[in-house]
Design a protein around this ligand. Structure first.
Ligand SMILES: NC(=O)c1ccc[n+]([C@@H]2O[C@H](COP(=O)([O-])OP(=O)(O)OC[C@H]3O[C@@H](n4cnc5c(N)ncnc54)[C@H](OP(=O)(O)O)[C@@H]3O)[C@@H](O)[C@H]2O)c1
Length: 299
């Protein structure tokens, strides 16, 4: 068997086209342009390239987009003051602080400083609490992108055994909540989360109808850890070298070439989950701008 390769880039492009149209409508009808503020602290090469990519997509979609490039040694107070400035700026509907932050800054404090209604990354405790309760909230972008991908490929999640490897606050935990939520079409799954203290990881991964891996270990999941016919979603982004043209060479957490022979569908790295993450950030920002419009109409 050879797996369907889930084309995250193509799915993303389709969604971006829809977003673009909605942006034009919003502008024509209400004079509102979705505004995204991206805050980068320091010069971590991965963070620099993620922020660049997000800014580029925002601009292509017709968003109003501002970027703060802040020095590595900025104080926590100064950073929070900048976030508060954007909290109060009408033209900004979404604030994104690129993680990780330098060690001297308390990440939690910074996330907590973002107004929940502008927290388009969905990391604020208010949004995570709403997510847990099954109420409308900003859904963290990577889990949101994975849900949309599963839906687009017609993967019926209900009653399925989903195994997530990795329990981070940004991927594993919110994704588990979304997939076991009493909701259709993507929900009602039976979810297992694995981590470094899981005994016999392969026992769990081999049970998975849908296996989602977010650990940051290159090609860690081998074919003998995967069930025949499983849907495999690889979240990992690992930099394993530099190409002659100076570009980073990336691979996922799954041994793609081997596992694709066994899976029914699989995401590649790059070109799988990554583009979806950026797209869902734009979708959240658009949603925030639309909410702003409806609040203005019905104060
Ligand atoms: N494509 C995208 O848009 C996107 C978005 C976000 C992240 N990522 C990528 O996804 C990967 C994970 O990032 P993250 O921020 O979610 O995770 P993270 O905060 O780095 O945490 C990694 C998680 O994996 C678990 N883990 C690590 N090694 C393991 C092993 N050998 N067996 C079982 N579990 C193991 C850890 O367990 P413990 O909790 O026990 O330590 C932890 O829960 C990274 O490569 C990151 O670059 C990609």
């Amino acid at each position: 068997m050879s797996a369907i390769i889930i084309d995250g880039k193509k799915i993303s492009e389709e969604i971006r086209e829809e977003i673009k149209k909605e942006v034009e409508e919003l502008k024509a009808k209400y004079g509102i342009i979705p505004g995204l503020a991206t805050i980068l602290v320091g010069e971590n090469p991965a963070s620099v390239s993620y922020v660049k990519a997000k800014q580029k997509v925002a601009q292509n979609l017709g968003f109003y987009s501002v970027q703060e490039n802040l020095p590595e040694n900025i104080s926590q107070e100064e950073l929070i003051a900048i976030i508060k400035k954007y909290n109060n700026e009408e033209k900004i509907h979404g604030i994104l602080v690129q993680l990780p932050l330098p060690k001297h800054i308390d990440e939690e404090e910074v996330i907590n400083a973002i107004l929940p209604d502008k927290d388009v990354d969905g990391f604020h405790p208010v949004n995570l609490g709403r997510l847990l309760r099954g109420n409308p909230s900003f859904i963290p972008c990577t889990p949101y992108g994975i849900m949309v991908m599963l839906e687009k490929i017609g993967c019926d999640v209900e009653g399925k055994e989903v195994v997530i490897v990795g329990r981070s606050n940004i991927v594993g935990k919110p994704l588990a909540v979304l997939l076991f939520q009493k909701r259709k079409p993507i929900g009602n799954a039976t979810v297992t989360i694995c981590h470094t203290k899981t005994k016999d990881l392969a026992f769990h991964t081999k049970r998975a109808d849908i296996l989602i891996v977010a650990i940051g270990k290159p090609k860690f999941i081998k074919a003998d850890m995967v069930k025949e016919g499983a849907v495999v979603i690889d979240v990992g982004v690992n930099r394993i070298g530099i190409s002659p043209s100076g570009k980073a060479i990336l691979c996922g957490d799954v041994d793609f070439d081997e596992v694709k022979k066994k899976a029914s569908a699989i995401t590649p790295v790059p070109g799988g989950v990554g583009p979806m993450t950026i797209t869902m950030l734009m979708k959240n920002t658009l949603q925030s701008a639309k909410r702003f419009v409806s609040q203005k109409k019905n104060p």
